[in-house]
Design a protein around this ligand. Structure first.
Ligand code: ATP
Ligand code: MG
Ligand code: MG
Length: 535
């Protein structure tokens, strides 16, 4: 329903009728350089980009919210720039909250001088309790001079200064707890990755965001809905400082089942080596989902289809991967891989030569993808799982070759008394109708080509519970085994695949090449989910 409204309103297909757009809009994406971008950030970035460049005429800023040196790093900042570019998002300008530290400092002095802010040294736990209970801090009625002096100590980062923070004097007991004298400056003696040792105190997001939004000419600040309680506070800051107004516009946070999107939690998983790194294919980072085989046009389509709805939902990954499949299926070259374990050798009678090769289309419906070499011979391998289903005398189909009759099945009993096929004799029956056979199997010729060793990797969710609730410890809900490797042999053409190529192994699914083949080392390919089974 919300989608319909969005589509019919002005401002492009996702227009939601932003107010005051006649003179153009300026939006901003404000990442904190404290981690890699994830799919939730992608939504924020794409919406800002969309409103500025497609929905309305305007400008999009990317502003690094670099106000906490304990969490932020240049590495993250660089990765964010790269990932935005990768998503096709081109900010018209990139800036840093740290560019404005001097101005923000001056604004804080203004607030203090107006009697709209005060320094406080109440210990954190007590301050929290007082805010909760609606009790005024002992320091609330400090004089302007006292607060200015303390603020200067904070600025110098002296031992005394480090005990203090600055709070906006808004309200003691407003029912909206965000309005209860929020902290606007706090000390941090750590070195900042851009401003170095210049500052020992930093403005909080609540304080610098409205100021810099206003200074940079932002007309519409998009924020996720959980900030809604803080909207009055945002306005209060602008009012108190007599700054230009900014429209705040809320949109729903994007959540996925069995997925954490908190940078704090993701950092923990990286640090504890639960994953290989920020680009782990099990991670919801842009790099992670790309490494798993997500394509950028599909990502954009998926996110923009969510639209600017305000309902927070826990999406499952099905639709996400189904969207991707739509993009990769028409362009993924077809190849063949046979699981190595207990692979069955079969001899084929009736082939036109003992061994020959032909050029065949890489994709039956897309000739633009070119051709590949297919080898045919009297010696082929097939999968054990397929061979188990055959009966003597049965007519089967060797895919992309034709029908054959199973003349002989050799088998043995393994120690668990399970039948294991050890060899097969097949006789081609090419005039047979492929529509009538039950078994249509993949196969690879052992002659006429070099079979390429490959490792096929499938993944499971890192998290074992659909939705983590407050109080759930991440550590208690981690799946222990999330990586599944299968050794297989692939057709000779697979040797030429490059990193990031996306292919289909027939009857197995879509795969992305994570490590191309090198002699002596198998190629490594990651299974790309298609939405089936939700993975
Ligand atoms: P943390 O996990 O540390 O809370 P954050 O999500 O606040 O990080 P930021 O770098 O501050 O990370 O976010 C940049 C922008 O992305 C903000 O506008 C934020 O609201 C938005 N954003 C973050 N997570 C999501 C999400 N899951 N869905 C939609 N937007 C999001
Ligand atoms: Mg943030
Ligand atoms: Mg946050």
């Amino acid at each position: 329903q919300s989608k319909k409204t969005a589509k019919s309103a002005e401002g492009g297909s996702y227009g939601i009728g932003l107010p005051d757009t006649e003179k153009g809009v300026v939006t901003r994406f404000p990442p904190e350089p404290s981690g890699y971008l994830h799919i939730g950030h992608a939504k924020a970035a794409l919406l800002n980009d969309y409103f500025a460049h497609e929905g309305y005429k305007g400008t999009m800023l990317c502003r690094f919210d670099d106000t906490n040196p304990s969490k932020e790093k240049e590495e993250f900042q660089d990765a964010i720039v790269e990932d935005l570019a990768l998503m096709g998002i081109k900010p018209d300008k990139t800036s840093y909250t740290s560019d404005y530290f001097e101005e923000i400092y001056q604004y804080c002095i203004t607030l203090i001088k107006q009697g709209d802010a005060y320094c406080d040294d109440t210990v954190q736990e007590k301050m929290k309790q007082e805010r909760w209970d609606g009790i005024a801090s002992e320091r609330r009625d400090s004089t302007v001079d006292e607060s200015i002096e303390r603020f200067e100590e904070m600025k110098k980062g002296t031992e005394e200064g480090l005990k203090w923070c600055v709070r906006a004097k808004i309200s003691v007991d407003n029912p909206n707890k965000a309005m209860r004298d929020p902290v606007i400056y706090r000390c941090n003696p750590e070195k900042h990755h851009r401003t170095g040792e210049t500052w020992k105190m930093y403005p909080t997001y609540d304080f610098c965001c409205p100021i810099v939004d206003s200074m940079e000419g932002v007309t519409h600040a998009l924020r996720t809905i959980e900030y809604r309680d803080r909207n009055p506070q945002y306005e209060w800051m602008l009012d108190a400082l007599k700054l230009r107004k900014v429209h705040v516009w809320d949109f729903a946070r994007m959540n996925f089942i069995r997925t954490v999107l908190s940078k704090r939690k993701l950092t923990k998983l990286v640090d504890k080596k639960v994953v290989w790194g920020w680009d782990d294919p099990r991670f919801p980072t842009i790099r992670g989902i790309r490494r798993r085989g997500m394509t950028i046009p599909a990502l954009r389509e998926f996110i923009l289809k969510q639209g600017p709805s305000r309902n927070i939902v826990n999406l499952d990954w099905t639709l996400f991967w189904a969207t991707n499949k739509k993009y990769i299926d028409p362009v993924a070259p077809r190849h063949t891989a046979i699981a190595k374990e207990h692979a069955v050798k079969a001899t084929v009678k009736g082939a036109r030569m003992a061994s020959y090769t032909e050029d065949k289309a890489k994709h039956g419906k897309n000739p633009e993808l070119g051709t590949k070499k297919v080898a045919y011979s009297t010696d082929i391998v097939i999968e054990q799982a397929d061979a188990q289903n055959f009966g003597e005398g049965e007519e089967i189909t060797l895919m992309n070759w034709g029908n054959a009759i199973v003349r002989k099945i050799n088998h043995s009993m393994n120690p668990l008394h399970l039948k294991q096929v050890t060899g097969l004799e097949l006789e081609l029956h090419l005039q047979g109708d492929v529509k009538t056979t039950k078994q249509k199997i993949t196969w690879l010729s052992e002659q006429g080509q070099e079979l390429i060793p490959v490792q096929l990797v499938d993944f499971d969710y890192l998290i074992s519970k659909d939705i983590l609730e407050d109080g759930d410890e991440l550590e208690d809900f981690l799946n222990t085994n999330t990586e599944f490797r299968t050794d297989a042999l692939a057709d000779c053409n697979v040797a030429e695949l490059q990193k990031d190529d996306i292919i289909q192994f027939e009857r197995k699914g879509y795969f992305r090449v994570d490590r191309p083949f090198q002699h002596g080392e198998p190629a490594v390919l990651f299974n790309i989910p298609t939405g089936k089974g939700g993975k």
